[in-house]
Design a protein around this ligand. Sequence first.
Ligand SMILES: [Fe+2]
Length: 143
Amino acid sequence: MNITEQLNRQIANFQVLNFKLHHYHWRVSGPHFFTLHAKFEEWYDRAAAYTDDLAERVLALQGEPPVTLQQCLGLASLKEAAGGETAEQMVRTLAEDVSILISELKETAAEADEAGDRPTADMLTDFQTELEKDAWMLRAFLA
Ligand SMILES: [Fe+2]
C-alpha cells in the first residue's frame, strides 16, 4: 500500500470508530454511565477531526479519500460494534481498536518519513501521541 492508500485506510478506521463511539455513547449503561457517555462523545469528536485532517492530507497529495460508508467498511481494519456490549466490553474493544490504530499509524509515519513526506509523518505522530494517552486511560479503567 502506498502512503495515500494507508491514509485512506486510516480515514476508514476513524469513520468506523466514530460510528462505534456513537453506538456506545447511546447504549452504555450501568454505574459508569456518566463518565463513559461523556468520554465517548469527546472521542467521537476527535475521531471526526482526525478523519477530516487525514482526508484533506490525501487531497493535498492528489489522492481520493473514501466518501461512502460502504467504501469505509471495505477499507477499515476496525470492525463495527457487535451490539449488546457491557460497559466493560466496550472499553475492552476500544483498547484493542486503539492498539491497532497506534501500530498502523506508526507504520505509515515511518514510511512517510522515509519518503521525505514530513507533514504526513508529523500529523500521524501527533495522532499517535494522543492515542497512546487514550490507551493508558483505557488500561487504567480495566485494571
Ligand atoms: Fe450525545
